[in-house]
Ligand binder design. Structure first.
Ligand SMILES: O=C(O)C(=O)C[C@]1(C(=O)O)C=C[C@@H](O)C=C1
Length: 280
């Protein structure tokens, strides 16, 4: 009998990155992760059929939105079929025996660095270097035997690459989570959906955005996120990305019909089940 093919999930980063943890948390550990060093590569992997799904970080509770990913969502038109809020614990790690006083450089993913600015500002004379991925930074420290460099990454990376944790939980606030979107090429009807992501444009006129938002309110739709995204080539013009939640599907359907008449170029990126935020 033919062996069942594993579900392939594109992640940004390498094994032991936060994206891999997100993929395993959402799908279970039996999936095969496809490592992509950039979010652009991640989208290409899904587009080319190299992956069945992609997991994409979209915002962090300390560092904020990952704006370039909103552009990718608009240009690739994948379907959002789910979301995940992953608690994020950042650790400073180095080769065994290395002390904080020996460090000349700390490297990590830029989103990870932004989540640890309070801790990093307090260190004097240490260069902060951005990398493609938290786990990749840990791997580099190990493979290149960098005695003056530490990585910021998670506990799985420390274990996998044999690094010693010098300082635990260096994120600026302990309630720290990253929201990940689950993307695929096919849209699917999800009867249990109670959340949607969409973007649209409004006329540059008094009240045009407020009117569209009022329509959601008037239909008992809760707006959980609003993000303006520059329209390239049209300075001072924006498309508006919103995430909305509902208790009754009919309220959402009614709101959507009405909003369609108020805005331009409305695109629904996906309807899916709202995830819980569970702090560890
Ligand atoms: O570098 C990693 O480990 C990632 O998975 C990337 C990423 C991000 O893109 O925000 C994921 C979660 C954390 O917020 C930090 C970094």
């Amino acid at each position: 009998m033919a062996k069942k093919k594993k579900t392939r999930v594109a992640i940004q980063g390498i094994t032991a990155s936060f994206h891999e943890v997100a993929a395993f948390t959402y799908f279970g550990e039996s999936v095969e992760t496809v490592e992509c060093l950039t979010f652009h590569q991640l989208c290409e992997s899904l587009k080319n059929g190299e992956s069945d799904y992609a997991v994409m970080a979209i915002e962090n509770s300390i560092a904020g939105s990952i704006l370039p990913n909103y552009f990718l969502l608009q240009s690739y038109h994948f379907s959002i079929i789910g979301e995940l809020y992953l608690p994020i614990h950042m650790h400073l790690m180095a080769l065994p025996g290395v002390k904080i006083e020996n460090l000349k450089c700390i490297e990590s993913h830029p989103m990870a660095i932004r989540q640890c600015t309070e801790f990093l500002h307090a260190l004097k004379g240490v260069e902060i270097r951005e990398s493609d991925d938290t786990a990749l930074s840990a791997k580099r420290v190990k493979e290149l035997k960098l005695k003056d460099t530490a990585a910021i990454a998670n506990e799985f990376a420390a274990k996998k690459f044999g690094l010693q944790i010098l300082e635990k939980r260096i994120e600026t606030h302990k309630k720290n989570f990253t929201r990940f979107l689950i993307l695929t090429k096919r849209s699917s009807d999800n009867a249990t959906s109670n959340k949607a992501s969409m973007y649209f444009e409004v006329a540059n006129e008094v009240g045009s955005l407020a009117d569209a938002l009022m329509t959601f309110k008037n239909n008992s739709i809760n707006l959980t996120k609003i993000q303006s995204i520059p329209i390239i080539g049209k300075p001072s013009e924006y498309s508006i990305h919103v995430d909305v939640e509902w208790k009754k599907r009919k309220n959402y359907d009614d709101a959507l019909k009405q909003v369609l008449r108020q805005v331009k170029n409305l695109n629904v990126l996906g309807e899916y089940k709202k995830a819980k935020i569970e702090y560890k």
